[in-house]
Design a protein around this ligand. Sequence first.
Ligand code: FAD
Ligand code: SF4
Length: 482
Amino acid sequence: MTTRDTEWRVDLRNTLTAKERAAVPRVEMPEQHPYIRNRNNEEVNLGLTSEMAVREAQRCLDCVNPTCIDGCPVSIDIPAFIKNIERGEFLESARVLKKTSALPAVCGRVCPQEKQCEAKCIYHKMKKEPVAIGHLERFAADYESGSGTISVPETAPANGIKIAVVGSGPAGLSFAGDMAKYGYDVTVFEALHEIGGVLKYGIPEFRLPNYVVDVEIDNLRAMGVKFLNNTVIGKTISIDDLKADGFQGIFVGSGAGLPRFMNIKGENLVGIMSANEYLTRVNLMDASNPDADTPVYKGKNVAVIGGGNTAMDSVRTAKRLGAERAMIVYRRSEEEMPARVEEVKHAKEEGIEFLTLHNPIEYYGNERGQVTQMLLQVMELGEPDESGRCSPVVVEGETRLIDVDEVIVSVGVSPNPLIPQSVSGLTLSKWGTIEVNKDTMQSGIPMIFAGGDIVRGGATVILAMGDGRQAAKAMNEWVLKN
Ligand code: FAD
Ligand code: SF4
């Protein structure tokens, strides 16, 4: 846990009683109207105004034992940043955030706060809505970037020790930021032409604009972190090359970008593709532009298979690209969907159809090999499985045939295999993830640490960032000992 900033606490104690604070209703995030936003790519959430942010910050009770911090994998001093907002000290609030988080403007937008910090807010015990920690985090980070006065976190004097990071997703960026703070000479190697991992190639502009990610990356640059794009570790440069170049520690944050398919009949028809391919082409290769080198097909009846964030992003993208009918096909009920609650709500408002308790079993095509129909198996809920969620069970003899001209498959991802396969001596799980010591994130090869989706399988931005922080702390101790 972090050392908390406490000097300011006295200032606010007498302004409002706890009862008065608890009586303030949670401030709603302003957003674009659904019928306007489902035709444009602009951000859906518009951000709180200063007045709204101060009002929401007043709700925070500044608990003596703030449990919300325990719900944050990067241990942001939540009451300190919120109370700075209440005092109108917006830049100071951003400074508190940046002490422990490399990506506050990103996390304020895409973290599943309802399962993290906000889930631990004391207001739940009072049967009230939690403090909108995520919305306030976004406010403070955006305020700072809009102010032109961007603070760069303090870094220790340079120690000249070279550290390599494989992959520029949230795990790699968070690790790089903390290692730069410790004084290391950090280089991030990224296979793609853009820095940011899923934050750039996966999550669409209407949820997380690229400029927001770029501001955070520029902040890391200002701390001395170097970035080398178009460089595939394991192909362009090997791990042995990095060692020979004098890198004394390597953090692998190469993610889980390998899409899975269902391997059902007709899945190779034209018009059926993985969500990874669809989103990467639209987000990074301008594929929605018909004049692009590889334009994406814009279906009119689009089915997206799956119930996670990636599925929601795909179906909402299809709607924005002109789909008349855009539907989610999910084999369990809405209750079990892993997507963020807000994404499901926004998707519904935008006119997305939800075919829950349905599972595709076959696709049919025309003479040109283009998908035209899908056969869905009707399902019901059974006993909970190993994930704790009710398992989907086939309702014998009940199927539905639905017209489609595009299908996007979003049923999970596997770890990127290049690093696990090209480095001998790494211990891998049966799923192909890298096995590490859970306290230190150190792999079986002492100089190699790993975190994020390459260790967890597809997870979340903030868990990847938490791994990056944990690995940086442990690698710093390991380097100093060796
Ligand atoms: P990644 O973000 O995948 O980054 C890995 C990077 O490593 C990539 O840029 C890749 O190109 C690079 N790389 C791979 N191999 C090499 C190599 N050999 N050499 C060099 N570079 C390499 N999580 C949330 O919390 N909230 C959300 O709303 C959310 N929405 C999502 C939407 C989509 C469409 C997707 C796909 C995921 C979403 N997630 C969300 C999950 C979240 O984005 C991931 O859990 C997180 O990005 C994992 O971070 P990472 O750093 O481990 O990997
Ligand atoms: Fe504020 Fe809720 Fe955290 Fe208490 S638990 S400090 S009320 S955000």
